[in-house]
Design a protein around this ligand. Structure first.
Ligand SMILES: Cc1cc2nc3c(=O)[nH]c(=O)nc-3n(C[C@H](O)[C@H](O)[C@H](O)COP(=O)(O)OP(=O)(O)OC[C@H]3O[C@@H](n4cnc5c(N)ncnc54)[C@H](O)[C@@H]3O)c2cc1C
Length: 345
């Protein structure tokens, strides 16, 4: 019989973030497919009660917590100690956690301590006839594998955005708090503050419905023989704001900075989509001034509806990479699009 432990953390305000609800949705579906399996929820954070109450009606058999100032911020030593205590207390055979930076960093090490196995970046989880199967992608999202393991405990880290979030009413949860004492060595690292971009400078929005991709064409000479980088910046930022989109880029465009060419000031390598960039998950994507070469479009693997605007009717998007290709001047299209979006809002 399997005992599933959902391992999640509360945020600074004590609430749960979306990846926690998604991991809960997957853990519940897994339990439904495993006869007699038990489900425990393990929470880590400064305070855990209000987070537990948010999912109090999820039908878990037990709620466990490790709480206190020592567990507020991500830190390898304290998160690992908390996870270890929760897994032992729950006697868990399967540990499901969101594949966030916090848990991806820690849980493979905890699996090692407990003689278990860990799989990160899992995108699918199912149980049929008592056998659990996970799915994950390899070689930059080119190959998908289905894996099964008999070894326990098995730590499964689910990629945010790949699962349906659990939805249900809040209810008071009865949380058993576990005492976890940290040695001095486990407290050496302290988080002294968080530095983040101003809200309007934040162009990467994983929850946005639309991914707007900018390609190197925005900085190239246009029909009048001139570049129009300033105008390109205004059009792209305007569209991002009006459509509440997330900004992606081709590698060529973000590399231009290093080559001393005119660049879009708000782009960094974190915006890069593709083989050597990221593989985001948005329902829709719109590529602009981008050629749609394979190393770029491989990062569009999980974008459901793809459209592109390019002057080149023979670009990669026209060769099966996009659902719709507009062979048009992206400067003109975005200017009109922004007008329509502004009028609609
Ligand atoms: C090992 C390796 C890894 C790589 N990894 C990545 C990766 O992770 N991500 C990535 O993006 N690339 C990656 N690349 C590079 C990739 O192969 C392409 O070189 C890159 O994606 C091209 O970027 P681009 O389409 O923006 O630029 P370009 O190829 O220069 O294309 C610009 C496009 O803009 C169009 N255009 C110009 N003006 C306008 C206008 N006014 N309106 C509409 N269209 C216009 C042009 O017609 C052209 O199609 C990798 C390459 C290698 C070898």
């Amino acid at each position: 019989m399997e005992t599933i432990l959902l391992l999640i953390n509360t945020e600074a305000d004590g609430s749960l973030a979306k990846p926690a609800f998604e991991a809960l949705g997957a853990a519940k579906a897994l339990r439904a497919g495993l006869p007699e399996a038990k489900l425990a929820v393990g929470l880590v954070g400064q305070t855990v009660q209000s987070g537990a109450d948010q999912i109090g009606a999820c039908g878990a058999d037990a709620f466990l917590g490790v709480a206190g100032a020592d567990f507020a911020s991500p830190r390898y030593a304290s998160d690992a100690a908390a996870a270890e205590a929760l897994v032992k207390a729950a006697q868990a055979t399967l540990i499901i956690a969101p594949a966030t930076a916090r848990w991806n960093r820690v849980l493979p090490g905890v699996a090692q301590r407990l003689g278990g196995r860990a799989d990160t970046h899992v995108t699918g989880l199912s149980a049929a006839s008592g056998a659990i199967t996970i799915n994950r992608w390899y070689y930059r999202q080119r190959m998908e594998a289905s894996l099964q393991r008999t070894h326990r405990p098995w730590f499964i880290l689910l990629d945010p955005g790949s699962q349906s979030a659990w939805q249900g009413a809040a209810a008071t949860a009865s949380v058993r708090i576990l005492p976890v004492t940290l040695s001095e060595a486990c407290q050496r690292t302290t988080v002294v503050g968080v530095r983040e971009l101003a809200a309007d400078a934040q162009t990467i929005r994983p929850d946005a419905d639309l991914l707007l991709v900018a390609g190197a064409g925005w900085t190239k000479k246009q029909a009048d023989g001139q570049t129009h980088v300033k105008e390109a910046e205004e059009l792209i930022l305007g569209c991002l704001k009006l459509a509440r989109a997330s900004l992606g880029s081709s590698k060529s465009l973000v590399d231009l900075g290093g080559e001393g060419q005119a660049v879009l000031s708000f782009l960094t390598h974190l915006n890069q989509i593709g083989q050597t960039g990221s593989t985001p998950r948005h329902p829709k994507g719109l590529a602009t001034c981008c050629h749609g070469e394979e190393p770029h479009t491989v990062g569009w693997r999980f974008i459901n509806e793809r459209r592109a605007i390019s002057l080149d009717p023979n670009c990669g998007w026209a060769r099966g990479k996009a659902d719709v290709l507009y062979v048009a001047d992206a400067f003109a299209v975005l200017a009109r699009l922004n007008q329509l979006l502004a009028a609609a809002s």
